[in-house]
Design a protein around this ligand. Structure first.
Ligand code: NI
Length: 397
């Protein structure tokens, strides 16, 4: 039980690769340089097929095992995009692009999957096919959905799909996972309250949207406190509020924006319906007009029970049973991998990045010491999900 020896032979190269990606962060779908480097690395590793431009800038690589008796295939996914954050790590490999940085460790995720690809392509000690998936636009752009809509799983069918995300403040060499919902649905709400503006001294000649907005903010909080089963989870956060420009003018319109997070598709539907009813009902009680634009971004990330068990087994083979928690507490943060898990059973696992600033923080950095753990996890998972055929089996089909 330990990281695989082969990683140490490639580690310096993998670290330079990761730091190069880190120095050149790219946003959302504009990951041309990163995707180009990924495709180049896949070719250099000797994978059988490399496809680019899936979902605009996504990349897929295919590695066929020594045998294909089972006809099975598994997908391994990494994300490639960075964030609009100004880096404050002071690292020698810090971002060269002002206002952009790899603040979520996707540079590390991409590197670990490429490290595993290299080993898998060199050795091929598995039965079946491995599809390596490098997606753009995880950070709010639904790049996973774009790749799926562009035919990812029709062109490269897989029976199972797995993801990995680093986790700050989980110790290095530790993994965490759980079956069921692990990350929240991510939705956006935009509310416009429209009244009749006018002179602040003559409110009776106006329909003032400001007190309506106040009542609405209060009422929206009751969707969670009064409509949701207290043993379930949801968040409604109003995060921006704009209306009016002058102390003596009642404005015509107030704009409210916010987000809704849930861990359950039914709860998500309920919150959407109740918010709509509350917005319309309160506006009408005050003689105002209002509309709610409810934008569904990411679904709940749901780990399949079998996929979770398989992922945990692979992590335990690398890190030992003591260092793999299978009771990860779900988070209401979102994860684009949810779209892939809606199509194909599988699981996302979290790997310890060690102590340090959290994800999306300007001082965050992916821990290069996680590379051997991540690479080993991927290759163990392939070995266990696509076990090599023994000689006897080959001789007696
Ligand atoms: Ni991330």
């Amino acid at each position: 039980m330990a990281v695989e020896n082969w990683v140490s032979r490639h580690l310096d190269e993998l670290i330079s690769f990761r730091r190069d990606l880190h120095a050149h962060p790219e946003l959302l779908y504009d990951v041309d340089r990163t995707a180009g480097r990924v495709a180049q690395a896949l070719h250099a590793a000797g994978v059988d097929e490399v496809a680019t431009g899936i979902g605009r800038t996504g990349v897929a690589g295919v590695i066929r095992g020594a045998t294909a008796t089972s006809g099975r295939a598994i997908g391994l996914r990494a994300d490639m995009d960075a964030l609009p954050v100004s880096e404050e790590t002071g690292a020698a490999w810090a971002s060269t692009k002002p206002g952009l940085m790899h603040a979520c460790g996707h540079d590390g995720h991409t590197t670990m999957l490429l490290g595993a690809a290299r080993h898998l392509a060199e050795n091929r000690t598995f039965d079946g096919t491995v599809v390596l998936i490098f997606q753009p636009a995880e950070e709010g752009g639904a790049g996973a959905r774009a790749m799926i809509e562009d035919g990812l799983f029709e062109r490269f069918p897989v029976d199972e799909v797995y993801g990995l995300h680093n986790k700050p403040n989980l110790p290095l060499g530790h993994f965490a996972i759980a079956p069921g919902p692990v990350m929240g649905s991510v939705d956006e709400i935009r509310i416009r309250v429209r009244g009749v503006g006018g002179h602040a001294a003559f409110p009776h000649n106006t329909v003032d949207p400001i007190p309506v907005t106040g009542a609405m903010i209060q009422a929206l909080q009751t969707v969670v406190s009064r409509n949701l089963d207290p043993l379930k989870s949801a968040v409604v956060s109003i995060t921006s509020l704009h209306g009016g420009d002058a102390f003596n003018v009642i404005p015509t319109e107030v704009a409210l924006n916010g987000t809704v997070r849930t861990l359950d598709a039914q709860v998500r539907d309920m919150v959407e319906n109740r918010l709509g009813a509350a917005v319309a009902g309160i506006a009408s009680a005050f003689g105002c007009a209002a509309d709610l634009d409810y934008v569904r971004h990411y679904p709940v990330t749901v780990n399949d029970a079998d996929g979770t068990a398989r992922a945990a087994e692979a992590a335990m083979a690398v890190a030992g049973t003591q260092q793999v928690a299978t009771d990860l507490t779900p988070s209401l943060g979102g994860e684009d991998f949810a779209f892939m898990l809606e199509q194909v059973p599988g699981a996302i696992i979290f790997a310890g990045n060690g102590a340090g600033p959290g994800l999306h923080h300007p001082a965050y950095d992916f821990n290069d010491e996680l590379i051997p753990w991540g690479c080993s996890y991927w290759t163990r998972l392939v070995g266990q999900r696509l076990p090599p055929k023994t000689n006897t089996e080959k001789q007696n089909p």
